[in-house]
Design a protein around this ligand. Structure first.
Ligand SMILES: Cc1cc2nc3c(=O)[nH]c(=O)nc-3n(C[C@H](O)[C@H](O)[C@H](O)COP(=O)(O)O)c2cc1C
Length: 176
């Protein structure tokens, strides 16, 4: 069975992006899904001096190894001041130094979620612009805005967001 790795770019214990990722994972029927939490892969702030001193942190090696086993990815990013959060950028910086592209030329669905109306669309737009350079073959994307109106009891409520998410997930299942 093909394997999807799903995670959010958040280190919040109450992350709405992680909640969205878990919901998306629950919708996949044809593939195995492993949901990761960046809180289990803490890393110091990347710097070339630190890298020269320690190489890669064990946490980043472990994450890289897990990602190597995946046939595809679901990634949901929060938006912090218009950008992806520092913890997510830091993770990508470490992973980008390990000898092959982070997403390994595999299919990826990118989403974002925010309590605001735009749903983190700026951060999502950055993903779509930069992650192909990290080997992401983007098969779909969607921003979920007004999260607390649109997500109840672990699930997106029926409506446009849920339909859009279903569509990109079926693209992912068809592509892996
Ligand atoms: C430092 C900071 C900056 C933020 N900037 C934005 C922003 O630019 N756009 C936005 O929609 N929400 C912004 N937010 C609100 C986040 O969307 C909200 O905290 C969301 O829950 C973050 O996702 P997470 O729960 O998955 O970590 C910001 C939150 C923080 C803490």
């Amino acid at each position: 069975m093909k394997k999807i790795i799903a995670f959010s770019g958040s280190n919040s214990s109450t992350s709405i992006n992680q909640q969205l990722v878990k919901f998306m994972a629950s919708q996949l029927k044809e593939v195995e899904v492993e949901v990761l939490d960046l809180r289990d892969f803490e890393a110091p702030v990347f710097g070339t001096d630190l890298e020269a001193e320690i190489g890669s942190p064990e946490s980043m090696k472990a994450l890289f190894e897990k990602m190597s086993s995946a046939d595809g990815f679901i990634v949901s990013t929060p938006e912090h001041n218009g950008y992806m959060p520092a913890v997510f950028k830091n993770t990508i910086d470490w992973l980008s130094r390990m000898g092959r592209k982070v997403f390994n030329e595999k299919p990826v669905v990118f989403t974002s979620a925010s309590p605001g109306g735009r749903g983190g669309a700026s951060a999502l737009g950055q993903m779509l612009g930069v992650m192909p350079h990290q080997g992401a073959k983007i098969v779909g994307s969607h921003s979920v805005g007004s999260f607390f109106d649109n997500f109840k009891d672990g699930s997106l409520i029926d409506g446009e967001d849920k339909e859009a998410i279903k569509k990109i997930l079926s693209e992912l299942e068809a592509t892996v």
